[in-house]
Write a protein that binds this ligand. Structure first.
Ligand code: ADP
Ligand code: MG
Length: 338
């Protein structure tokens, strides 16, 4: 019998969990196509490598934007490639499929994901679960007990701040300020302050290496390659963590403000629980240097970074595949697509 499949359909990365096996696929959510013929040239890691360094005839697209399908055909291609690999690893037969969608998607968005998964070659009707719920489960929060918890999932295109209770979402704020916005802020800063043009991948590299949402005890620096705006020639500069902190101030403030607003809107009974349990950070953005510290200082609430923040949604889907009681609870409390 085929193993069941859990999919984290993220804006930056797509992950697949196979029941009984764990995470077996991890690929960037990128598709490279010929601009003119529409032919798919590469998917996943190979397509990401082409971002920003392709000839004019090739475009690399990220079909999942802001957490929902922005480019239907490309999303289907991405899912087709991923499902093919997943289903061949799952063995002969028809796998059940759980897939994540952002909390509060509209009926149209919900159906777009369902249909894309089906058209991409799923052998069964997929079950859609809300991302923050899966992230919480994957981070190790016990949703079977009814007390409230807060999860902040920071991905590439979206950040979601959710308060959960009794296996369902009580409130959720979705922001379009997440990892990509930090990269963009770094590109703009380096251009403005250092007259150097850098690409998205370089900006992401800087963020992951010396990015800080809270001043580092010791300043760090990094060599960066780009194109000098004045001479038009390639140039190397040294950039410091203090500069990057300054560069990302605005998007970081936006995320922190959304967390504070969510806390203010949380029903009092639940906010006491959140105070006790603290805030759980998941998604790749949780790895931003000092973000946990910054949120803790601004909210006065303890903050934990999940053990493997980028794996949480896939791990949560996996737990739902493995635990029928949990799966039923989550299914019953879904709050979307209706
Ligand atoms: P999504 O769920 O949208 O696919 P992920 O949870 O996979 O996103 O996270 C991807 C984001 O996390 C990217 O914007 C990436 O740059 C960011 N990221 C990964 N590692 C780090 C790090 N060490 N510091 C800051 N950001 C990081
Ligand atoms: Mg995600």
């Amino acid at each position: 019998m085929a193993r069941d499949i859990g999919i984290d359909l993220g804006t930056a990365n797509i992950l697949v969990y196979l029941k009984g096996k764990g995470i077996v696929i991890r690929e960037p959510s990128v598709v490279a196509v010929n601009r003119y013929s529409g032919e798919v040239l590469a998917v996943g890691g190979a397509a990401k490598k082409m971002l920003g360094r392709t000839p004019a005839s090739i475009v690399s697209v990220r079909p999942i934007k802001e957490g929902v399908i922005a480019d239907y055909d490309m999303a289907e291609q991405l899912l087709r490639y991923t499902l093919k690999k997943a289903q061949s690893a799952a063995g002969v037969g028809r796998s059940n499929i759980i897939i994540s969608v952002p909390s509060g998607v509209t009926e149209v968005e919900f159906m777009a994901v369902e249909q894309a998964v089906e058209k991409a070659g799923a052998k069964r009707h997929p079950i859609l679960f809300e991302e923050p719920v899966l992230a919480a489960i994957g981070a190790g929060i016990d949703l079977k007990e009814s007390s409230g918890s807060m999860v902040v999932d920071i991905g590439g295109g979206t950040a979601e701040v959710a308060v959960l209770s009794a296996g369902g979402v009580v409130l959720c704020k979705s922001l379009r300020t997440a990892g990509d916005a930090l990269d963009e802020a770094i590109i703009n800063y380096v251009k403005r302050e250092r007259s150097l043009l850098i690409g998205e991948r370089t900006a992401e590299d800087i963020k992951c290496t010396i990015g800080a949402a809270y001043p580092k005890p010791q300043e760090e620096y990094m060599e960066v390659k780009g194109r000098d705006l004045k001479t038009g020639l390639p140039k190397n500069i040294k950039i410091t963590s203090t500069e990057i902190s300054e560069a990302i101030t605005e998007p970081v403030n936006t995320i922190v403000a959304a967390i504070k607003e969510s806390l203010e809107e949380t029903p009092p009974e639940l906010s006491a629980d959140v105070m006790d349990h603290g805030i759980m950070l998941t998604g790749g953005g949780a790895l931003l240097g000092g973000l946990d510290r910054r949120i803790k200082i601004e909210t006065g609430i303890p903050v934990t970074v999940a053990e493997k923040p980028m794996d949480c949604v896939a791990l949560g889907a996996g737990k739902c595949l493995e635990d029928a009681k949990l799966r039923r609870l989550i299914y019953k409390n879904r709050n979307m697509g209706v």
